[in-house]
Design a protein around this ligand. Structure first.
Ligand code: SF4
Length: 462
């Protein structure tokens, strides 16, 4: 089949270093191709297509990203066009929009159980699709940084709330209204505790897409040439002036009152990404599982595709915890589904050591890495005390985590790490406080197990 797009199209349009489906970026282990998945969703047919593609044209490995997309690694030189064509044939990529730049537009971050979560205030499924279409079809948005991002939170219990977004919307129960409102803010996350910055204001759900479009246009209207993210714009313009500009542009009525200012979002529960949980129909379950370090082989993908096919109505979704989730599993298939996931090597319970560590590509895949973070994370996992969570990062860019893990091991040399600790997943001071320097993995395991960490504010050298 011939396609309107080729692997060079996106590169020709925009000088970005970020990988996309059309822009395969070189890395130490070969090319990287990033496949954006609307709502993290992948059909069984697409999962099989990717499994075949990575076996033939890449290294047979795919990583789930912290934005619930897929990253195909080790694309072989000379195979780029064939790989792109096969992915487009499977219905992946920007082909339905007619715009190559749509490949670069960031996904809208939603809950992986949108439309299924029993606690949600609003089913964001249709609205997410509308927002993504809007972002991918307005040619002016080709000028946005590929990192410019939106969050749409329906109030689900399983929702990644700690990734900062340029614009976020979060469903808000309002005491005086029967319809659902969406609180919103710029360059941040929905507030959960009193210390968090309040929502700026709110809009009705029916106005959200129009208002979001106006906010993005406002960003482009006001941005200086070097402003790529909303936080840059906020250094020269107040949030008030940005919102007023968007309000005028869209004609949408923005609600500002004390209840919105005082609103705090219900805490989310990341443990619901694992195991089986009852859906909003009271009958079916969503079932989640964690591949080690978010990495899957073609065999794992084929197994997941078979599971999705074998469960009538099931959908397969990637999550921002670099895990997978199947929706709409009938209770009669529950045990078999969990058993198959475990047989594929995926962790389905939070007490599994592999759910305690995340790691970036590391030195086998990335030239910036000071250590083999993937191998070191696997070595460390069994020694991390429950429920501690540890992030191993090859350099300060933190590709594996957009939030702050309680503990971060930042590589400083092969097999050696500085250890950071924070209580705040939104810590504005990077990874938090450095509590030990130059640790080997064995030493890091000892420090983590001693969870009573050194009673000193001074970093020590191991
Ligand atoms: S965090 Fe640094 S070392 Fe790790 S993949 Fe990203 S750029 Fe490479």
């Amino acid at each position: 089949m011939s396609h309107a797009f080729h692997s060079s199209d996106a590169s020709a349009l925009r000088p970005s270093a970020c990988p996309g489906l059309l822009r395969i970026v070189p890395a130490l282990d070969g090319g990287i191709c990033r496949v954006k998945l609307a709502g993290g969703e992948l059909s069984a047919m697409q999962a099989l297509a990717i499994a075949n593609v990575i076996d033939e044209h890449a290294s047979g490995i795919v990583d789930i990203t912290n934005r619930a997309n897929l990253q195909l690694r080790g694309v072989k030189r000379g195979h780029e066009d064939a790989l792109v064509a096969a992915l487009l044939d499977a219905g992946l990529g920007p082909q339905n929009t007619g715009h190559a730049f749509a490949d670069d537009v960031r996904n809208v971050m939603t809950s992986p159980v949108a439309g299924r979560d029993a606690n949600a205030l609003f089913d964001t499924t249709v609205l997410t699709r509308d927002l993504l279409t809007l972002l991918q079809s307005d040619t002016r948005f080709a000028a946005l940084s590929p990192k410019f991002s939106l969050m749409l939170d329906g109030g689900e219990r399983l929702m990644m709330l700690d990734h900062p977004h340029d614009i976020w919307f979060s469903a808000l129960p309002h005491p005086e209204r029967s319809d659902v409102l969406f609180a919103f803010g710029l360059a941040g996350c929905p507030p959960v505790v009193a210390e968090h910055e309040s929502a700026f204001a709110a809009v009705a759900a029916s106005d959200l897409a129009t208002f979001a479009r106006a906010l993005v246009h406002t960003f482009l209207d006001l941005a200086a040439p070097d402003d790529t993210r909303m936080r840059d714009l906020l250094t020269a313009h107040s949030a008030q002036s940005i919102v007023t500009h968007a309000e005028r542009k869209s004609g949408v009525h923005v609600l500002r009152d004390a209840s919105i200012q005082h609103w705090r979002r219900e805490p989310a529960d990341a443990s619901r990404r694992l195991g089986a949980h009852r859906q909003n129909d009271g009958e079916r379950r969503h079932v989640g599982a964690q591949p080690a370090l978010g990495r899957m082989t073609s065999a794992t993908l084929r197994g997941l595709a078979e599971l999705a096919r074998g469960n009538e109505r099931a959908t397969l979704r990637m999550t921002p915890w670099q895990s997978v989730l199947l929706t709409d599993i009938d209770t009669t298939n529950l045990d078999a589904t969990l058993h198959t996931l475990e047989a594929l090597g995926l962790a389905t319970t939070a007490d599994h050591p592999l759910t305690r560590v995340i790691a970036c590509a590391g030195s086998t895949g990335c030239a910036k890495s000071h250590a083999d973070t993937k191998a070191d994370a696997l070595k460390l996992a069994a020694h991390v005390p429950d429920p501690t969570q540890v992030h191993l990062s090859g350099c300060p860019r933190s590709c594996a985590a957009a939030h702050r893990a309680p503990y971060t091991l930042l590589a400083v040399a092969d097999g050696h790490y500085d250890l950071y600790h924070t209580h705040d997943p939104r810590d504005p001071n990077g990874f938090g406080r450095c509590i030990a320097r130059g640790l080997t993995i064995d030493e890091a395991a000892d420090v983590l197990q001693a969870s009573a960490l050194p009673p000193t504010d001074e970093p020590f050298d191991a």
